[in-house]
Every structure is written in structure tokens, then in C-alpha cells.
Ligand binder design. Sequence first.
Ligand code: AMP
Ligand code: MG
Length: 504
Amino acid sequence: MNIDDATMPVSALAAGPDWHWRNRFHALGADFHTELPPQPLPAPRWVAHSDSCAKLLGLPADWQTHPDLNALAVFSGNALWPGMRPLASVYSGHQFGVWAGQLGDGRALSLGEIDTPSGPQELQLKGAGLTPYSRMGDGRAVLRSSIREFLCSEAMHGLGIPTTRALCIIGSPMPVLRETLETAAVVTRVAPSFIRFGHFEHFAQQHDPTRLQLLTDFVIEHHFPECRDKPQPYVALLAEVARHTAELMAQWQAVGFCHGVMNTDNMSILGLTIDYGPFGFLDGYDPGHICNHTDRQGRYAYASQPNVGFWNLHALAQGLMPLIGNDNTDAALGALEAYKTIYADAMHLRLRRKCGLTTAHKGDAGLIDALLKQMAYEQTDHTILFRRLSTFSTAKGADNSAVMDLFNDLQFRKRWADAYAERLQAERSDDVQRAAAMKRVNPSVVLRNHLAEAAIRQAQAGDFSEVQRLLKVLQNPFDERHDTSADAGFPPDWAQHIEVSCSS
Ligand code: AMP
Ligand code: MG
């Protein structure tokens, strides 16, 4: 290994995949981004890859090894395929509720945008070196956080939750200083767009309505064309983003996902889960759970996420006001208000599905609420409880101890099981059909911290096999074959001591 390789130039390759490059974001102009090459990564090596993401991009089966493609060099930032025009974009944002001023892609670099059968997709390297927006940072990402981002991106996709995707991780012996000395890695992320709420806030705060409109029209044209012909396209856009965000929040809450850093610069305009940092999945059900060790006030606690989504949409709306116009404030507020009902309905529907209820009855909210209250009181494991609930039998005298024994309170066990059985019988629920439907919405495996941690520790010791194994499991989180595996089991005691912070 030669760390001085970092000074070697990025090479322009003669050939790449058979892709049509679009690179539409470039057309917005120089005020939106800086074009610059990635910084080379010394002694790169493959850590992990997602065949599913490669398929989305239409890469050939041998994309990693094909000598003409040189994929290792490209995805480490050491070489560029023809058609790639790397750039870092500028945005601003509110961090922890406070205006943070200009931010931007401090360590992410968009390589370009291609056509795929599922629409245009942008490729981005995360950890590709310094950009004009790196501020105090080093432009790099460590192996630990790269594994977490890679695995969780693909896990969320496996769960059916909108997210940026991840193609691969390339590791390097290059040292990177965080709380301790770690090594660098680069993750290739993929999404139809990486535009954030903060992109809009940036131009609004700069009092630059021309560029704000350029950006907003760009987003409407390419991502929300149905808004174009509405009487108030900018209000329509706000309403659409509010709807996507509300549905995303319901999906997060339903699987017990905690993002950890819901700053407005980490909010995707498309309603994708983006920027995986100190995220976490609930083990025991604790509405007040704070997954980010740095978030001392608990601003981004699990139960607060839907409200934070709402707050962030107000920041976006504020940014769009120069286009919407003060005369249309009521319309904008109306678009925001709709978020509350959309979220509440989406969440209620998801909770009913988690409980296997196919029709809506008056007492459902009370029944589900009683379950959640007891879970919170006893810190019952969120994932295991709902997965096991699918095995509940309505037969007279049935033994439902596998699920009900997850509670200590004997009275609650009997009371709730009786009420649940009665409710299921009221809609003539078939045990076998319900079990199958519930197993399609209640995952067996989620990326709990201890699972990620085990894969990280092995990878840090040079063995990447656990990352690739875990990826496969997480890509099919509803598969019954996992039910008896350790991946689906209770977290070990040591998991309680894992601390995850913003530092990555
Ligand atoms: P985050 O909270 O990770 O979304 O990051 C907030 C801002 O800090 C973004 O603009 C990032 O690009 C930037 N940033 C985070 N880590 C680094 C780093 N190591 N080097 C440069 N910029 C960074
Ligand atoms: Mg970010």
C-alpha cells in the first residue's frame, strides 16, 4: 500500500457500461454546484456490493470483474467512465432546529445521471474527498459508517420503504481520524435525485428568487410533472412533498426506524430516506428512544419524528414562499395542514395491517393503543412482538403463549388476547390467511445495532463476509426462513452499550 497514491490523478477510462448519460442537474448552472473530480482513494478493495442495485442500473452480471469497466477504480473515485461529470451541490439547512447557513455536499460527489428501465438514476460517491462545501471536514467517510449506510439503504428497500439505494462499498487502508483512528471507505449511492429541502432553503435565504424558481421548476418538471398544470404549481408541489413525507414517516414508525438526524438538509424532496448516520431500529418499544448519542435533548426521538417531519415541511414552505406569494399563504398552510391527516390515516392503516385487521372498526384505535401502551410500559421488543402476533390463533382455548408471554402482566395478557380474538372473529379473520398477510408487513429481521456492529467488527479485522451475508438477509426481511435464526432474535446484552453518534 502506498498512501501517497492519494496524489495520483483520476484517470479517464476509454469505456464504461452501455449507459445513456443525462446529467440534467448540470444545466441549472454554476450557482448550484461545483464540478470537480473525486479525490483518489489509495489501495482500494471491494468490501460489499448489492446485486439488486446493480440490476436496477442495468449493469452486466460481471460488472465488478470486467477488465474493460474497471469498476473498482471508478467506485473508489480513482477513475471516471466516459459520460461522468462529477459535481458537488450546494445547499443550506436547519440543523437541530437552528439555521445552520450554507452546507452542501461536503463529502458526496454526484458522478452523473443515467437512464434506467425504472427512470433516471443519479450515482453518487459518499466519502470521495474534499469539496468546496467540506467546511471543517475531511471529505471522507469511515468504513464503520459506510457499512451502516450501505446495509440500511438496502434493508429499507427490502422493507419496501422509499430510500436512496447503495451499490457498493470500497474500502482503503487510508487512515481517517474520528474519535479514534479508523480507515476510509466510499459508498456508491443511487437515487432518482439527491435534492433536499435545504437546496430550496439555500436560494430563499440568499434572496435569489430567480435561482429558487429555476430549481423548483426543475424539480416539478422532472419529478412532479403532475404539479405543472395545477392552478398553483408551487403549492401543489408543497402538497405532494408533504404527502410523500407523511407516508415516509408512517413507514418509519411502523417498522420502528429512528433516523437520528432529521435536519432539513437530510430531508429528500422525493420523500426518500436519505443520509444514514446514527440511525437505529427499536429493540424494546420505547417511544422516547433517542438513537443519536449526540442528540442530548432528544429532538429526534422516535416518537417525535412525525412532528419533526411537519416542522421541516414548514421550513421548506418558508423557502418556497417567494414563489408561492404572500397572497397564497392560506393555500400553502392548507397544503401543510393536510400532512396531519395523511400521516394519521397512513399510520392507522399500517398499524391495522400490522395487527392483521383488514376492515376498519370503531374500537380498533383503542385496541391497538392498549397494545402499544403495554409494549411501552414493558419495553417489549417491537419487531419480535409484531412478528409473533402473526401466529395468534382465534381457535377456542388456543395456546397463544408464544406471543402473549412476551408480556409480564398476566391480566393484560388475558384481557388483550380476548379482545383481539373477539375483534378478529368479528371480521371472520382466517388464521392462516391473516398470518401470511401479517408476515408480509411485520419483518422478521431489521438492521438492529448489534447486527451492524458484528459485521463492522469483522470487516475492521479484514473479513467482509458478514456484511455480504447480512445484506442478503436484510434484502428479504419478511422471509420465514429467518424466523428461527439469531438475526431475528432478541438483542444480546452488550447491544445496550452500543453508542452511535453523528461522527462518521
Ligand atoms: P450530516 O449531518 O452527516 O448530514 O452532515 C451535515 C453536513 O456536513 C453536510 O453538508 C455534509 O456534507 C457535511 N459533512 C459531514 N461529514 C463530513 C466530512 N467528514 N467531511 C466534509 N463534510 C462533511
Ligand atoms: Mg447530510
